[in-house]
Write a protein that binds this ligand. Structure first.
Ligand SMILES: Cc1cc2nc3c(=O)[nH]c(=O)nc-3n(C[C@H](O)[C@H](O)[C@H](O)COP(=O)(O)O)c2cc1C
Length: 326
């Protein structure tokens, strides 16, 4: 079987990499980030390539086109990308058909939920609920995406008041108590924005949200040297890494909720850094684009070597050990 050959070539299983989180067992802590498999078309193949979990989406209630092309730019000198896709996708019903026929997957799968681009505060709650209900039985956990910098700014989705409404509405429909996480952005330059993030985490805790995904892409283009650096859109990859890691550490310091760290990971060392700064799990998008299909294997193997070198028996032991508070 081709699939088995691929698995035996790419997957690297080791007991030291297992992670218990979000009511699931993760074979390793390296996942594929939202946006890569927006419609659930290649989920199983991504797991075959050695990822320990995969996120489908962002899924919106109905199909939508997103921004016009060009809308995705590589930044080769920066090992980064700019995108302004803005939730292009086939909508929840199509994703449901795919997830229905997916069968068993050997690693946890999440669905990332978004609202339609033009929906205001009232419609937005309905949007999130519609995707949640349509896909309810399929993923191991959900992620609420309130941090995409490319969707039209109809209102501030990440304000604590709006989050409270959305979390409340989803938990009301959450009959089997499926874990729900929320995905936040990295741009907290001002005191006011930091206070907003802290409040958002408190609101998440009050509504029994089970994890924080940090972070989405950044609006900060100041570090970029490549051509296309000033195209509008969210920046991912290396130019985001430090900001994302600082956000992980900040959140780790203020809550016991697990943090899923995303932004600029492209090697065992950068994954290890995020974990040591507070991430229980790590996700990758841009690094995978640049480094190709062996990346999950390289990172998982490399993590075991790093753990052995530092004298740890398991990845769970190193979560947060480099945090200032630890
Ligand atoms: C082309 C592209 C599309 C993305 N689409 C989504 C999306 O639909 N939903 C989402 O939550 N994040 C999306 N992201 C953000 C990634 O999930 C991730 O948070 C971000 O890229 C930082 O990780 P990275 O540096 O490993 O790329 C997208 C990123 C890229 C580059």
């Amino acid at each position: 079987m081709v699939r088995e050959k691929i698995r035996s070539h790419y997957q690297f299983n080791h007991r030291a990499l297992k992670m218990e989180c979000l009511d699931s067992e993760f074979p390793n802590p390296i996942g594929i980030a939202a946006g890569f498999d927006k419609n659930g078309e290649i989920t199983k193949s991504l797991i075959d390539l050695g990822f320990g979990f995969a996120e489908i989406g962002t899924v919106t209630p109905d199909a939508q086109d997103g921004e016009s092309k060009p809308r995705l730019f590589r930044l080769p000198k920066d090992a980064g990308m700019i995108n302004r896709l803005a939730f292009n996708g086939e909508g929840a019903d199509r994703v449901k058909m795919r997830m229905k026929s997916m069968g068993n997957v050997s690693a946890p799968i999440s669905v990332n939920i978004g609202k339609m681009n033009q929906s205001g505060p009232e419609d937005a709650v309905e949007d999130y609920v519609k995707v949640f209900e349509t896909l309810y039985e399929f993923p191991d956990y959900f992620v609420i995406n309130v941090s995409c910098p490319n969707t039209p700014e109809v209102y501030d989705e990440s304000s604590p008041e709006r989050l409270s409404e959305v979390f409340g509405a989803l938990q009301e429909k959450n009959r089997e108590n499926k874990p729900i996480a929320v995905k936040v952005g990295p741009d907290y330059g001002s005191k006011e924005k930091r206070a907003n993030l802290s409040k958002a985490i408190e609101v998440a805790e009050e509504h029994d949200i089970k994890a924080i995904v940090a972070t989405n892409t950044t609006t900060d283009h100041s570090q970029i040297k490549s051509k296309h650096g000033q195209e509008w859109g969210g920046v991912s990859g290396k130019p985001l890494e430090q900001k994302a890691t600082e956000t992980v550490e900040y959140i780790y310091g203020m809550t016991d909720l697990p943090v899923i760290g995303v932004g600029g990971v492209d090697s065992a060392e950068s994954a290890y850094r995020k974990i040591r700064r507070g991430a229980s799990l790590v996700q990758i998008y841009t690094g995978f684009v640049y480094k190709g299909p062996s990346l999950a294997r390289q990172i998982t193997r490399g993590l075991v070597e790093l753990l052995e070198k530092d004298g740890y028996a398991s990845i769970e032991e190193v979560v947060g050990i480099d945090c200032k508070e630890a």
